[in-house]
Design a protein around this ligand. Structure first.
Ligand code: TYD
Ligand code: MG
Length: 456
């Protein structure tokens, strides 16, 4: 760093600023993430938001909402996580591991917008025009309204947007963008933050919808999207097992709609295809008459999703039992096993236990507790649970089965997919007793599991 200029250290993972180098970041507790950078001086740095609106305050009642301000992205699943569609002048961050399909998703969205005659500008700092064309060829035909630009300098990008006046802009990715006013390298916290604040001003000032791609990195050598989560309107994370074909788009922050909505896609050789019925998709290939497998139900936003919970309990060969949880919360699984040990007297202390949510999807809703518990008991006793049974409910520390929200939707989904029996918390029974044609077994505590008849 140049002598005489005061530098500071920034955590590349969360943006924490410190005068001296530290091994562990006090903000996000990551190790080895501090990098020396020139801080942005207050006079040159454009800070987010405060230069956008220069006029007088107006009364809330006078603000006129234009009819139908949001545009459809052409993908129902994407519209859902966006809160209905693309809002004019919004800034959306799409995060995810490299190679998960962020560029593909956004290119597909651009294709649809361009087909409707909306001018879209796709700016790539990572790929050449040829590479983008190769990807586009797999997706389909494009119209002339999609413009491509390979550029990393924000100054140039700003001029191009000024000249072309597109309605939507894609920045792929923010970690490659470079603002000449800032001395630090592209991808560092100051660069990423300042570039985003420039984009924020373009979005709000010109009413352009901007989508920013941000890579999530574990190593911390590139600033993660967390640094800019607070600046943007909507944060979407694209997740999924790289080896499995489906991808889940999750909204973690949304100023225009509810969060926790998910969109499910499948990666095919012709790009991403929407999965209309995720439960069907996730239950595909379920084993028949196998112990340790049960179907549970989790709500993702407003949608119930049925998943298969699998458990494998076997004798420990070494002193300390081994436990793993894939897709479910590890601590929660340990807690549920302790409850089983204490309340039902299962001798799990000598057993290894592996719990898995099939398909690699991550589910953290407490409503899948009952599913995990049943799968563990089923594997421990080596007694299969009938295929036509699904279970949901939260399990408390004293072994009680507690109510969960939206029981009715869950039962309806089970019925739609042809399940015959639902095991649910007894207190939820009164909200669902209108539903006919499916057997409802309400239980109050874990002790009642033996009365179900298939797990003794
Ligand atoms: P990409 O959109 O480049 O990922 P990101 O921008 O998040 O880094 O997607 C890359 C992966 O998707 C790559 O492994 C190839 C695969 N893919 C398909 O399987 N089918 C397709 O039609 C396309 C375009 C990509
Ligand atoms: Mg990409």
């Amino acid at each position: 760093m140049a002598k005489g200029k005061k530098t500071a250290f920034f955590c590349q993972s969360c943006g924490y600023e410190s005068a001296k180098w530290m091994g562990q970041c006090p903000g996000c507790k990551e190790w080895n993430t501090f990098v020396e950078e020139l801080p942005v001086s207050k006079s040159t740095g454009k800070s987010a938001g405060n230069t956008v609106v220069k006029n007088d305050p107006v009364s809330l009642r006078q603000i006129d909402l234009k009819e139908d301000a949001s545009l459809s992205s052409g993908l129902v699943e994407l519209d859902r996580v966006l809160g209905g569609g693309i809002v004019e002048g919004s800034l959306v961050l799409v995060g995810g591991d490299p190679g998960i399909g962020k560029s593909t998703l956004l290119l597909q969205m651009c294709r649809h917008l361009a087909q409707k005659g909306i001018k879209v500008l796709y700016i790539s700092g990572e790929e050449s025009l040829r590479q983008i064309k190769l990807r586009a060829r797999r997706i389909g035909e494009f119209t002339d309204d999609l413009l491509l630009l390979c550029e990393t300098s924000l100054g140039v990008i700003e001029q191009v947007i000024e000249r072309q006046k597109p309605q939507a802009v894609i920045i792929d990715s923010i970690q490659t963008m470079y603002n000449e006013e800032i001395a630090s390298a592209p991808g560092s916290v100051s660069q990423v933050r300042e570039s985003t604040s420039v984009l924020l001003q373009i979005a709000k000032g010109k009413g352009v919808s901007i989508f920013i791609v941000g890579h999530v990195t574990k190593e911390g050598n590139v600033a993660g999207p967390r640094v800019l989560e607070h600046m943007v309107d909507t944060v979407l994370y694209f997740e999924g097992d790289r080896h499995a074909s489906y991808r889940i788009l999750r909204s973690v922050k949304n100023r225009f709609g509810s969060t926790n909505e998910i969109g499910v896609f499948e990666m095919r050789d012709t790009g991403l295809v929407e999965v209309k019925n995720p439960s069907d998709f996730l239950l595909d290939g379920r084993p028949q008459d196998a112990s340790g497998s049960v179907v549970a139900c989790s709500m993702e936003g407003t949608r119930p999703i049925l998943i298969e919970v699998q458990a494998l309990v076997c004798k420990t060969n070494f002193g300390i039992p081994r436990r793993t949880a894939a897709g479910a919360d590890f601590n929660r699984v340990n807690l549920l096993m302790a409850v089983l040990e204490k309340r039902l007297g299962l001798n799990l202390a000598n057993c290894d236990a592996y719990v898995n949510i099939a398909g690699g999807i991550k589910m953290h809703e407490p409503a899948i507790d009952l599913g995990i518990v049943l799968a563990v008991i089923s594997s421990y006793r080596d007694r299969p649970i009938p295929d036509s049974v699904i279970a949901f409910g939260e399990v408390g520390l004293s072994g009680e089965i507690r109510a969960v929200s939206m029981a009715e939707q869950r039962v309806q989904e089970a019925k739609k997919l042809g399940f015959e029996t639902v095991i649910l918390p007894k207190v939820s029974l009164k909200t669902v007793d209108k539903i006919k044609g499916i057997r409802l077994l309400g239980i109050q505590s874990l002790k009642e599991i033996k009365t179900l008849g298939f797990l003794d």
